[in-house]
Design a protein. Structure first.
Lengths: 364, 326
């Protein structure tokens, strides 16, 4: 037990690890025995919630003075606060929305191409009696506040579903990438020598490797699945983080406090976990926030060109469907476009705000 | 056993620490021997780059490798050769039996943890105390080294401390396990004069009250005078002269020591200007055959260029490595 707590250090980490194991156990039980009562994403959300509570909210709550300081610095960035507000709204929509909206996959042909409420659009309808197309003005209805697409699916429901997909992809792929990048960077910098050389040359190779090709290849073999997309983006996207973490850790390694910790009898493991990683974490959080929009856009782009998972309603997929009828039903393409635009912007603003708050050199 | 009889707790013999750089081998420490007695303050004095810090780091085996390596010698702590010890054994000794304080207090505390946490770290590491006990011990230590409102300041982060306070905190961390030997690497260099005097007082108390052995490294002979029992003057990775405080200040024998003393400002005599030692510190790469001080020495003889001087005994513990005393 002492050995274990030595590795993970502290009661909080042990509790977190314990809860994680329980979660994993329930997940496996669900997967193998009771046959998927919840989807795997539910477990991811729980994992992510635990992560945020244990390593985000709890330390912020325990150290209210520092929380206030960071909040004051972030708050001076008005756009970052707006971005944060939008992201919180988006997360709420992604979690609660699907319970309130209609089924995003329900096809309803009589009500196809309905414009959003308050708008009206011309539609050519085939008149069975005359055998001719007649053009009519169709007004939007309150039943479909954001209109419907060319198969009569509710746009609002599809956008809400898309929000969930985008956040899942963005958070999960970034988490994987950041985790690998952090470990690679710190290990490379701390061990140095040939280990550093080997890991960094591997990073260079990964950087030049066309991830798109890998993705097409995997989709060709295993078929398109959201999980593979997340995995591939995560497993190829860590290179930038690894380089940045390495450079930060290299400069930290020569700082006196690392030598001081050694002179007081700390082990290598303790130095890496207690002195190196916590000191690079602020820049890692900034990179994570700033790399989420890129990942979201990558997934949307893949869906748009038809390489996405066709079974989930993502924004890219709706965008793809909408581009064919851009002249008759503009809202189908414009609405997911606006959502993507706002989401990417929100994460970028928040990332900038956090960077300024965490960077002691920036004078606000 | 032999070490205990004459009260010597640390015996360094023929220590050689080389740095293997692209330009060549830097012989930072080249055959240094000294002993440290219980309750004694030993000062290592010399210019920058003379091997003081490398000697101190070698004692705790903290030389960064690569490029550095201890290539020869012995470091016996209570008879145990630290150069042969395992990593785990060394970690038991570091901070627990032999602790070290560094030059720059601004960067020797980890900015992301509270000062209290960092003073508690070695306590929890070595003494296996619970959190509450460790906290109390840390609190005590902070009061002993003169940090006011210690209880509140335990929760402060390093950036909220002034330089002097940080150095006090570092001393508290180093003292936390009641080590037998304290190595202080220029602990007052980065501090202003008033703070410097206060920190020196702490060291003096440690020596008197706890009977702690201190290896004090400095480039400033003025600082040394008030605290040292014995002084080792180093030059170019070797010992130039060693002896008691009185030996060094009253009867300095080595020309380099004369030079150092001439650089000191004096209150009693009125000196128009201080006399610097001519020339620059030699590169320690491919150092010459003979005496390493020879190019800067005003009293050099033909033999100095050819033969490296041995350490000649002047009287008792007073030794000088100079051909003048053959």
């Amino acid at each position: 037990m002492r050995r274990l707590s030595g590795i993970f250090g502290g009661r909080r980490n042990l509790l977190f690890g314990g809860l994680l194991l329980i979660l994993l156990f329930i997940f496996l039980l669900d997967l193998l025995v009771v046959d998927r009562i919840f989807g795997p994403f539910v477990y991811f959300y729980l994992f992510f919630a635990l992560l945020i509570i244990f390593y985000g909210i709890y330390p912020l709550y325990m150290n209210r003075r520092l929380t206030r300081y960071y909040w004051d610095r972030t708050r001076r960035h008005r756009l970052a606060v707006i971005g944060l507000g939008f992201i919180i709204f988006l997360v709420a929509v992604a979690i609660l929305g699907p319970l309130l909206t209609q089924d995003p996959t329900k096809v309803d042909f009589p009500n196809k191409n309905l414009p959003p409420t308050g708008f009206s659009a011309e539609q050519s309808i085939y008149d069975r009696n005359t055998g001719q197309f007649i053009t009519t003005e169709t007004p939007g209805t309150w039943l479909h506040p954001l209109g419907t697409d060319d198969k009569g699916r509710d746009m609002l429901a599809m956008l809400v579903s898309g929000a969930r997909i985008s956040l899942q992809v963005g958070l999960m792929a970034t988490l994987i990438a950041i985790f690998i990048g952090l470990i690679m960077g710190v290990v490379s910098a701390y061990l140095g020598g040939w280990v550093d050389n080997a890991l960094m040359r591997f990073t260079d190779i990964m950087m030049t490797f066309p991830f798109f090709l890998l993705l097409v290849f995997i989709i060709f073999i295993f078929g398109p699945s959201l999980w593979f997309i997340i995995l591939v983006i995560g497993l190829t996207g860590w290179t930038g983080t690894a380089r940045l973490v390495r450079s930060e850790a290299l400069s930290l390694r020569t700082r006196d406090f690392i030598m001081a910790a050694k002179s007081l009898g700390a082990s290598d493991r303790r130095i890496v976990f207690r002195h190196l990683i916590p000191n690079v974490l602020s820049s890692v959080i900034v990179i994570a926030t700033l790399s989420i929009p890129g990942v979201i856009l990558a997934e949307a782009a893949l869906s748009f060109i038809g390489l996405g998972d066709p079974t989930v309603t993502s924004w890219g997929l709706v965008l793809h469907a909408g581009q064919r009828s851009l002249d008759t039903a503009w809202w189908i393409a414009v609405e997911p476009g606006i959502m993507l635009f706002l989401t990417v912007l929100a994460f970028n603003f928040l990332g900038d705000g956090i960077r300024d708050a965490f960077d002691p050199r920036s004078q606000l | 056993m032999k070490g205990k009889l004459n009260n010597t707790i640390l015996q360094v013999s023929e220590l050689k620490t080389y740095f293997f750089t692209r330009l060549g081998v830097v012989k930072a420490v080249d055959g240094v021997s000294f002993g440290l007695k219980k309750g004694e303050c030993l000062c290592l004095v010399g210019e920058s780059g003379c091997g003081k810090t490398a000697t101190a780091l070698s004692v705790l085996r903290l030389i960064d490798s690569p490029p550095g390596r201890i290539v020869g010698g012995e470091i016996r702590y209570h008879g145990e050769d630290l150069l042969q010890s395992s990593g785990a054994r060394l970690r038991q000794i570091r901070g627990n039996r032999i602790a070290m304080i560094f030059q720059d207090p601004q960067s020797s505390l980890n900015p992301v943890f509270t000062v209290g946490d960092q003073i508690m770290e070695p306590i929890r590491l070595h003494l296996k105390l619970g959190k509450q006990q460790a906290r109390e011990r840390a609190l005590n230590l902070m009061e002993q080294v003169g940090i006011p409102q210690a209880k509140e300041r335990m929760r402060y982060y390093p950036h909220q401390f002034s330089g002097g306070m940080k150095q006090r905190a570092m001393i508290a961390a180093a003292l936390s396990c009641d080590p037998e030997i304290l190595i202080a690497d220029e602990p007052t260099t980065a501090l202003d004069t008033t703070i410097k005097a206060q920190i020196l007082d702490i060291f003096r108390n440690l020596k008197q009250e706890r009977n702690m052995s201190i290896i004090f490294i400095t480039h400033d002979l003025g600082t040394v005078a008030g605290i040292a029992d014995r002084i080792i003057v180093m030059y170019g990775g070797r010992i130039a002269e060693a002896g008691s405080v009185l030996d060094i200040f009253d009867q300095p024998k080595h020309p380099y020591t004369w030079g150092l003393l001439n650089c000191l400002p004096s209150i009693s005599e009125r000196r128009e200007k201080m006399t610097p030692i001519p020339g620059v510190i030699p590169s320690l790469i491919d150092s010459p055959e003979g005496c390493i001080f020879y190019p800067r020495c005003q009293w050099h003889m033909p033999v100095c260029q050819q033969k490296r001087p041995e350490e000649y005994v002047i009287s008792g513990e007073h030794i000088a490595a100079c051909h003048l005393y053959k």
